[in-house]
Design a protein around this ligand. Structure first.
Ligand code: NMX
Ligand code: MLT
Length: 422
């Protein structure tokens, strides 16, 4: 990938120079202040990280390299990965040779089937996927090159790992899916692109509608700056010069949390529990009572709320529009739509909830379920496949601009009390 490597070499050299200048001239400039409530509140809202691949605007939502996520409708994951790395969409020839390079990298080690088969029966697909990523760490270019590579050049072996992992993730997800659910493996065509490998591997057949859905699904969830649990865990791990296999695995561990990436399976589980208790298309009032009961018993409504967004999530809106077009007569989709409006109404009345709207996890599970991927525990694996695109790009950029190890200070409660004069 000489074109990409030479682009990044000059991009990172310029960035290091301009960041150095910025710091020399403005290093003491105050960009934020920290409130005691934020220290106790999961550091919410504190601006303390650099992320050049994307930003999350509380109102507009995800913006990737200056482009709102709704603008990226026609893009493939390969194009978005290139955009995240370089700041620009690839030209036709660049994309062509990028895809050729990725095809050569798209392979799993011979031992992978045996490794997955040896995992305990009934393992969560997330733990299988994550264990497999970690088990491939022996292939890391970064780990091998580390002791002979100057710090300023570490982005080069990081890029090799990022390209290998980007190419391999769809294949690995398919292998986990087929192994975990006892499905016969369907080897995809060797020259298939990222999405067709993933789509045909999951469904076991070609289906252009599923491919176009999956393309949108992967692209809208490909990055969400580096403050979310998954990307932050990966960013911190990478900052200690752990290679990308370790860093992605760290991120996947975080994504497997119920109030983060596991919310997609929890939302569908909630819809199924409503159907079990109230019938396939319950009346709005019954839904309201069930949701209120859940809130009253101190449990969250999965698929609602957000730590940064203060408006409806554009990622939700994009996938909802596709579902609305394809599945408006389906009882599960009609139930989900009622749950979205009832949940928003209840959370608007909640005294502390800052975002009452459905988030992306309230729709991803629904579209996958309706498209025929029924094993709901698998949904977070697909979130991991998409969010790892951003993690890979962020890691290469961080090594390229020479980001240091992450190490904020901690404060004891007694010290905070004393500081506040209490
Ligand atoms: N249901 C019930 N209570 C909620 C919800 C919800 N969906 N969302 C927020 N709250 C509560 C929250 O637990 C907190 O309670 P307390 O004061 O008792 O600690 C209070 O409202 C204030 O929370 P916020 O400041 O609005 O939200 P925060 O930034 O702390 O958390 C989430 C954001 C996403 C963790 C939270 O909204 C949540 O737990 N949502 C449900 C789980 C979910 O859907 N997660 C997926 C998020 C998206 N993703 O892809 O990761
Ligand atoms: C994400 O996509 O990672 C989630 O929306 C969580 C977040 O950004 O905090």
């Amino acid at each position: 990938m000489d074109i990409l490597r030479s682009r990044l070499a000059s991009q990172f050299s310029d960035s290091r120079e301009s960041i150095g200048e910025l710091l020399r001239e403005n290093g003491e400039f105050v960009i934020d202040s920290v409130h005691l409530s934020q220290v106790f509140g999961g550091m919410r809202g504190i601006h303390g990280l650099v992320c050049d691949t994307s930003t999350v605007d509380p109102i507009a939502g995800l913006v990737i390299r200056g482009r709102g996520v709704k603008e990226l409708g026609a893009c493939s994951p390969e194009e978005v990965f290139w955009l995240l790395l370089t700041g620009e969409l690839p030209e036709y020839e660049e994309l062509f040779s990028f895809r050729q390079d990725l095809q050569l990298r798209r392979r799993l080690p011979d031992w992978m089937d045996g490794f997955l088969a040896a995992m305990p029966a009934g393992s969560h697909p997330m733990s299988m996927f994550n264990a497999a990523v970690l088990a491939m760490q022996g292939q890391s270019h970064f780990a091998r090159a580390y002791h002979s590579t100057p710090k300023s050049e570490l982005w080069q072996p990081a890029l090799e790992d990022a390209l290998d992992l980007f190419a391999t993730m769809p294949l690995l997800a398919v292998r986990v899916y087929r192994q975990r659910y006892g499905l016969v493996d369907k080897p995809g065509s060797a020259d298939a692109d990222y999405i067709s490998q993933l789509a045909s591997g999951l469904l076991g057949r070609e289906d252009s509608d599923f491919e176009s859905l999956l393309r949108r699904y992967i692209v809208v969830q490909s990055d969400h700056e580096n403050g979310n649990v998954c990307a932050l865990a990966a960013h911190v791990t990478g900052s200690a010069h752990a290679d990308l296999y370790y860093a992605v695995s760290a991120g996947l561990n975080g994504l497997a949390g119920h109030i983060h990436g596991l919310a997609a399976q929890d939302f569908i589980r909630f819809l199924h529990s409503l159907q079990d208790e109230l019938g396939s298309e319950p009346a709005e009032e019954s839904i309201r009572q069930a949701m209120q009961q859940r809130l009253d018993s101190g449990r969250v409504l999965p698929g609602f709320g957000h730590a940064v967004l203060r408006q409806a999530d554009p990622r939700f809106e994009i996938l909802y529009a596709i579902a609305d077009e394809r599945y408006q007569d389906n009882p599960l989709f009609r139930l989900a739509s009622r749950v979205y409006s009832v949940g928003t109404e209840l959370l608007k009345a909640h005294p502390r909830v800052k975002n009452p709207y459905p988030n992306v996890d309230a729709i991803t599970g629904v579209v996958l379920q309706l498209a025929g991927i029924e094993q709901l525990e698998f949904y977070t694996v697909l979130f991991g496949v998409s969010l790892s695109i951003g993690i890979l790009a962020q890691n290469v950029v961080s090594r390229g601009i020479g980001s240091p190890i992450v190490r904020p200070r901690s404060v004891a409660t007694a010290e905070l009390r004393a500081l506040a004069g209490g």
